[in-house]
Design a protein around this ligand. Sequence first.
Ligand code: OOB
Length: 554
Amino acid sequence: MTEKQNGWSDAESARYRAVGHWEGVTFGARLRRAGTEGGDRAALVDGDRRWTYADLDTEADRVAHGLRGLGVERGDRVVVQLPNCAEFVLVWFGLQRLGAVPVHAMPGHRRREIGHLVRVSGAVACVVPDRHARFDHRELMREVRAEQGPGGSLRTVVVVGDPGSESGFVPFEALRAAPPSVPGRTAPDARPAPGADDGGADSADVALLLLSGGTTGLPKLIPRTHDDYAYNARACAGVCALDERTVYLAVLPVGFNFTFACPGVLGTLMAGGTVVIAPDPSPQTAFALVEREGVTLTSLTPPLVTHWVDEAASGSWDLGSLSVVQVGGARLPEEHARKLGPALGATVQQVFGMAEGLINLTRLDDPEDLVCATQGRPISPDDEILVVDTDGRPVPDGTAGELLTRGPYTLRGYYRADEHNRTAFTPDGYYRTGDVVRRLPTGHLVVVGRIKDQINRGGEKVAAVEVEEQLLTHPAITAAALVGVPDERWGERTVAFVVCDGEAPGVREVAAHLRERGLAGYKSPDEVVRVAGLPLTAVGKIDKAALARASLRP
Ligand code: OOB
């Protein structure tokens, strides 16, 4: 699939445009409009730094100018791995202004993930912090560059903070120190030159690449177009009734699709509201920002919920401005959902979404039972949902089956992954989510399980195969299976069952080995269990259900 062929048929594209889902406007052009009309409103807050819409627009021009100077052009991919800071948003819009394509990496990703992202996307640059969470990202980039070799696509590393002395590492501050003249803005009333807003990008082009949770050895990239992603954000913003009074607090990693566009950062900016960046997800940090900035909306993953409830119960915070709290990314236990609303004095919204597209939300006026016991219903009237049995036949409402979906913002193919695409989609274009759901007569979905070989550790997705492949590189391990087992804190924790030749490595040694192999830390197993052999099913696959049951026995 090329960047332009986004996978939807001409007829579908025409219909999504005709009904107004796809507005034909790039993100670069949207920001120009917002920066020009009523641009003095607050757009972005990070600590004591603040940007209006006009400021954001000007910053995007500066960053774009700096990136252009480094040779970044329309259509180029740039891996963005930044922790929660305003620079993520500035870089993102700078890239949009050029018609270049941000690739969203997570702060926890390491050599293996980042190297893979650079290789698959053919990225020409990476944007990283100097250090974050006691980890030196410059060192990581040195390794990625070395692995790439001289023939690699990666030319430049932009560092937010101190770039060190490495050649080819450019400080972000130098990048944005652009001259005052911005293309198309030579005089205040001059009309921008064609392409000055978005590098001449088309709204049907890929605007960004998201990372899939993964079920295979290496994660897949998800192309999202300007048209589809803006609709994703706008439709979520509609359900959440966002307007210019909205103050959104980004608590989860800002590059996570949930935080960025469901409705998150983009939905808030498209509604004219204000985005506040929380540097960490602790309730103390968040509640102080709620008080100071009058936050109205935020989003959490389930493991944070009990911490937030406990801290709110201390009674030392005024959370009066908070009106909606979204929870998603993993299963939220019903009893936690019931406690959260009263504890924070806010409406709870469950979010069942995926980077691939489909977003389900409970509605703000849904009865409490639906809010607490379901994961919401699709945001778009044109989301097509099928719940099917193992033969692919639709099952009646109330019966569990695999969720298949297609629609105006769900991908039709992973990026540069033709072979995987043949099995990830049905012949008529439905994405096989791998999630097992029940649909209620109201259209609400209840997530009851999963057929994909993925573990959801409190919202962080771990592809079992990816970890198993790396476990097998340990000299003592001859066979391995990674299994998710129920866990009080994470919802699920990861247990590695290993067959060993000689002494079995402990959990710390395995973690050190996987770190050495360049795997993100959150993928290291929580537990390592030595077994004499791995049980097999009747068809000869590893029987993970049996392993999970075994690990539950006292
Ligand atoms: C979100 O996106 P991803 O791509 O990290 O993960 C998607 C998968 C889903 O297929 C499902 O297996 C699981 O995460 N999931 C949930 C869930 N929300 C996501 N499982 C149970 N209950 C939920 N509420 O996780 C994501 C993207 C956008 C918005 C929210 C979450």
